[in-house]
Write a protein of this length. Sequence first.
Length: 215
Amino acid sequence: MHTLSNEETSSSILRDNDNTRMIYSLQHLLENFGVSKTRLINDLFDPNILTYINIGRFDKQKGHDRLIRAFESYNEEFNNSRLLIVAPYGPIKKETIEQVKKSPVAENIYLLGRMNNPYPLLSFVDAFVLSSYYEGLGLVVYEALALDKQVITVNLDTTMKYLQNKEVISVDNSEGGILNGFLAFHNGYRTKNKFDFQQYKNNCINEFEALFNNK
């Protein structure tokens, strides 16, 4: 039998207090949503469940249709996974809700509406997934990287322009590509390179200055 030392006991109490604070924070964040807060919180804190998040309005551009289908294929094989979609508004909101309701894995998909700040929730999940058919930049990818989250993203030229050092899990721009991203992450693939935000800032400044230098 292993007897906890004072140091181990103190550490355990600190972790418990940290978890309690995080749970209260999540409860406050989710209080206005018609989802089972207890189940979602349990899922987020369960080390045996992988959680993925997508943040973007209900719009065809965002690729929620293929994201949901790819997750269905993945979740039917690996039930210990959850998909969170944070979408405040959009022209195809009803269609997307209906797609989730009819999904064979509907119980493992959470649809969350408007949040003043969805990024605290992003910090609790295992990975962010960008499923868009196209993007101007895909800013949320960089916001996820700033939170030190793993990112699965379809290969979009505009998004990948500054991501040349394998900072993300890049997949084909297709439903099959998104599925492969889920499977790769599930099987333990993780990116190790950190995104260089200072270099990104310098590149943006140089590109901005070049607009004037070329005139």
